[in-house]
Design a protein around this ligand. Structure first.
Ligand code: NAG
Length: 242
C-alpha cells in the first residue's frame, strides 16, 4: 500500500513538472515556399554485397543477388530496371566499408568476402575486381539507371572500442577506383561516403569531426578527378544511423 501511494505521489509530481513546460505556440505553415524538392528518381533499389552464405534466423536469403555474383545476363533483370524508367540503383550496404577495389596501387591482398567471426558483420574484407566492375557498368548503362555507389569509408581505420572506429580514412584505394571509373567513362550519379557510419552507426561508427575531415578530402578528390567533366557527381553524406 505504501509503495502504491508513493508511486502515485511520484506520478502526480511528474505531471506538475510536465504541466509547467506547456506553452502556447502558433505554427504557421507557409504553403507557397518550397523548402526542398524530391526529384523524379527517388525510387531506389540497393544492390548489396552480402555473399550467398550470409544467414540470419536459419535462412540464407541472399543467394546470388550481390554486386559480385548477380546474374547480369538474366533476361528479366534489365527489363525490370528499365520498367522504372530511371530507377536509382545504389550499390552498397553493410559490407561496403570492407570492400577493396582491385585497381591502382592497392597494397593489401584482394580476396572475396569470407565468414570471419571477429570481422565486422561476421565477414572479412572483400574485393571488387575491375573486370566485374566493367560488367556491372555495361549492364547498368543499358538500363538507364542512375547509379549511387557507396565507398569504403572504413579503409585504413582501426577499431578503437566496440562499434567505434578511429584514425584517418585511407582514401588511396577509393581515389584509384574513382579514377578508373572516370577513365572508362562510367556514369556515376553520386558517390556515397560509407554505410551508415554517422550518429550511433550500424555496426561501426566514426566520430563527426573525423568523418567531416575525411569528407572534405573526398570532395577534393572528386573535384580533382572530375575537374573537366560536367555534371560532377554528387557526394552523398552523412550516411547515418540515429
Ligand atoms: C511565404 O513564402 C514566400 C516565398 O518565400 C514569401 O514571399 C512570403 O512572404 C511568405 N509568407 C509569410 C506569411 O511568411
Amino acid at each position: 500500500m505504501g509503495f502504491h501511494f508513493s508511486l502515485f505521489l511520484f506520478l502526480a509530481s511528474l505531471s506538475v513538472i510536465w504541466a509547467q513546460n506547456v506553452e502556447d505556440v502558433t505554427i504557421v505553415v507557409n504553403g507557397t515556399e518550397v523548402v526542398t524538392n524530391t526529384d523524379d528518381n527517388y525510387i531506389c533499389a540497393t544492390v548489396d554485397w552480402w555473399p550467398h552464405d550470409k544467414c540470419n534466423y536459419d535462412q540464407c536469403p541472399w543467394g546470388s543477388t550481390s554486386v559480385i555474383n548477380l546474374d547480369l545476363t538474366h533476361p528479366n533483370l534489365a527489363k525490370a530496371i528499365q520498367a522504372f524508367k530511371q530507377l536509382r540503383i545504389r550499390i552498397g550496404g553493410s559490407l561496403q566499408d570492407q570492400v577493396l577495389y582491385h585497381v591502382g596501387n592497392l597494397q593489401s591482398p584482394c580476396h572475396p568476402f569470407q565468414k570471419m567471426a571477429s570481422g565486422l558483420f561476421g565477414f572479412s574484407k572483400g574485393c571488387l575486381e575491375m573486370d566485374r566492375w566493367d560488367e556491372v557498368n555495361h549492364f547498368l548503362s543499358k538500363t538507364g539507371a542512375l547509379v549511387t555507389f557507396g565507398l569504403n569509408a572504413l579503409h585504413g581505420r582501426h577499431q578503437i572500442k566496440k562499434g567505434v572506429w578511429g584514425g584517418n580514412w585511407d582514401s588511396s584505394n577509393a581515389h584509384d577506383f574513382i579514377e578508373y571509373t572516370v577513365s572508362k567513362g562510367y556514369q556515376i550519379d553520386s558517390w556515397e561516403f560509407g554505410n551508415e557510419l554517422s550518429g550511433s552507426g550500424v555496426g561501426a561508427s566514426v566520430a563527426a569531426e573525423q568523418y567531416g575531415k575525411d569528407l572534405i578530402n573526398l570532395k577534393a578528390i572528386i573535384n580533382n578527378l572530375y575537374k573537366d567533366l560536367h555534371p560532377k557527381p554528387l557526394l552523398v553524406a552523412p550516411g547515418g544511423f540515429y
